[in-house]
Design a protein around this ligand. Structure first.
Ligand SMILES: [Zn+2]
Length: 212
C-alpha cells in the first residue's frame, strides 16, 4: 500500500494536487497590504511549487486555496467509471464533510465489488468473500474491507449518515478503494498483457502442459 501524504502547510513533501506524485515542495512567503478606511491590513500567504511538475499552490492561513483543494488522493487509472464518479464526488466534500464522504466511498466500494464479481445484487459482505475465495484479493485487503463494511453499516443506515467519523478514516477509505482497483483490475490487466505476448509456438507447449 503506498501511503498517501495529503498536502499540508509548510510540509517538505506531499502528494501534489496537480500531478498527484509524492514530491518535494519549495515554499515562499507572500505578503500583501490592504488599506481600508485608513487602516491597513497585512495579508499573509504562501506559495509552494512542486519540484516534480513545477506547478504552484497558493496557501492562506495554512489552508490551500488553489487549486481547489481536496486532500484526498486521485482515483487510480483503471477505476471503473461508475465507481470513479462516486470517488470524485467524495473527494470534493471530504474536507468539509468527511462523514458524507465516507458514506459515499462505501457505496463506491460496493459498486466496485459488484463490478468485480459481476453480480449486481451482491452485498458487500458476500462480494468480499467471493473475491478472497477466487484469490483476487488477499486476506489483508479482506480485513481492511471488512473493517470498512462494519463501520460502513453505521455510516449508512436507512439513509441516515451518522458515526463519529473523522477525516483520517475517510482518507483511508480512498486509499483502500484505489488499492483494491490496483490489486484486481490493474494487476489482472498486466498479467493478461504479458500472457498475450507469449509467441504462438510457446503457447502450444503451455496448452499441452495444461492438458488443453
Ligand atoms: Zn506536482
Amino acid at each position: 500500500m503506498n501511503d498517501y501524504v495529503p498536502p499540508q502547510a509548510d510540509e517538505d513533501a506531499f502528494h501534489c494536487p496537480h500531478c498527484g506524485v509524492f514530491a518535494h515542495q519549495r515554499w515562499q512567503d507572500l505578503q500583501a497590504r490592504n488599506r481600508q478606511g485608513g487602516r491597513s491590513q497585512i495579508l499573509d500567504g504562501q506559495v509552494a511549487r512542486c519540484t516534480k511538475c513545477d506547478n504552484h499552490h497558493l496557501w492562506v492561513d495554512e489552508e490551500m486555496i488553489y487549486p481547489q483543494a481536496s486532500s484526498a488522493p486521485k482515483p487510480t487509472d483503471d477505476m471503473p467509471d461508475e465507481v470513479c464518479e462516486d470517488f470524485n464526488e467524495a473527494r470534493q466534500i471530504v474536507d468539509d464533510s468527511p462523514k458524507a464522504s465516507a458514506a459515499l466511498l462505501r457505496l463506491a466500494m460496493e459498486k466496485l465489488v459488484q463490478d468485480l464479481t459481476g453480480n449486481e445484487d451482491q452485498s458487500l459482505y458476500n462480494g468480499i468473500g467471493e473475491l478472497v475465495e477466487e484469490g483476487r484479493i488477499d486476506e489483508r485487503i479482506q480485513k481492511a474491507l471488512d473493517a470498512v463494511r462494519v463501520t460502513g453499516n453505521d455510516y449508512v443506515h436507512a439513509g441516515e449518515i451518522y458515526s463519529p467519523d473523522d477525516r483520517e478514516t475517510a482518507l483511508r477509505l480512498f486509499e483502500l478503494v484505489n488499492v483494491i482497483v490496483e490489486l484486481t483490475i490493474t494487476r489482472e490487466k498486466m498479467i493478461e498483457e504479458a500472457y498475450s505476448e507469449i509467441p504462438g509456438s510457446k503457447m502450444d507447449g503451455i496448452e499441452q502442459r495444461d492438458g488443453n
